[in-house]
Design a binder for this molecule. Sequence first.
Ligand code: COA
Ligand code: ZN
Length: 310
Amino acid sequence: MPAQSVTIAEVGPRDGFQMEKAFIPTDLKVRVIDLLAEAGLRSIEATSFVNPKVIPQMADAAEVMSRVARRRGTTYKVLVPNLKGAQRAIEAKADALELVIVASESYNRKNVGMSVDQSIAACGEIARVASARSVPLEVVIGTSFGCPLEGPVPEAQVERIARAAAAFGISRLSLADSIGSGNPAQVTRLVTRIKGALPAMPLSLHLHNTRGLGLANAVAGFHAGIDTFDAGLGGLGGCPIFPGATGNVATEDMVNLFEEMGISTGIDLNKVREASRLVQQFLDRPLPSYILRVGTTSELYAKAALAQVS
Ligand code: COA
Ligand code: ZN
């Protein structure tokens, strides 16, 4: 039976912010992360410890980590591309590390300058360092549902990477639809396959909304047994390698999806909207989140009921 509650993991301060050209002031990043924690997001990908020459938006990673409120019960996770990033992240007292291994060779090379097998080897090294410091390591398998450079990605390749990462004792695996090319049938198939291969491994879905299928894919994942979904405030983001791709499923939209279905998220939607509006104001353009734009159905009905009473 599918779960009665789900966990939504916030990734916007990394996946969304990294795509923005204008430098988002550190003060605003910290305010947004603190608001998301107050909203009840228990896992927040706060930043990434990457080469600042490659992604200048993340140059303030250590400062962000030192200034966020570090709310008790909230995991402040960071992306690391290599061992150097892992060491910087541990020094900055990250609660958890996240390593992306992209399933397609050419995308992985473009992203981190390594072959998939080199990334798997790097994962082993990072896992050793993280485990020695008791810091959990999560692995995201990028382009699990398709690649802009190579097309369809064989499920066997995703499973191979998943098994290799699991052997290093990682704490969670995430299947990422990096460019929003997956569909619900594909999600059901791949989730079922990976759950069958690694039944004890906590598994998340990381969905982008390029073709409007993000929420449908989340529902398919939910029915296939997924209880943890990444989402990004406002639906910010895109893909550096596929210019047409859009951002993560918006956190507001993911919360709305499950809450309206009667599945609890434990998240205060108003606080998430407050965070998104702050970012929207700074970027000076409307963000793609549906709920930010039109509100929830429950809110609409409440207004309609009030109007009838008065
Ligand atoms: N943090 C900070 N600096 C780093 C670093 C890290 N994690 N990893 C490497 N560097 C620095 C090196 O010290 C070196 O500095 P120098 O020029 O002052 O000597 C420089 O970067 C080049 O090092 P090298 O090992 O040759 O790395 P690279 O140039 O091949 O870059 C990555 C590889 C992975 C570090 C870089 O491409 C990167 O940060 N990519 C970001 C990927 C990403 O976040 N993608 C989106 C999410 S999936
Ligand atoms: Zn992503």
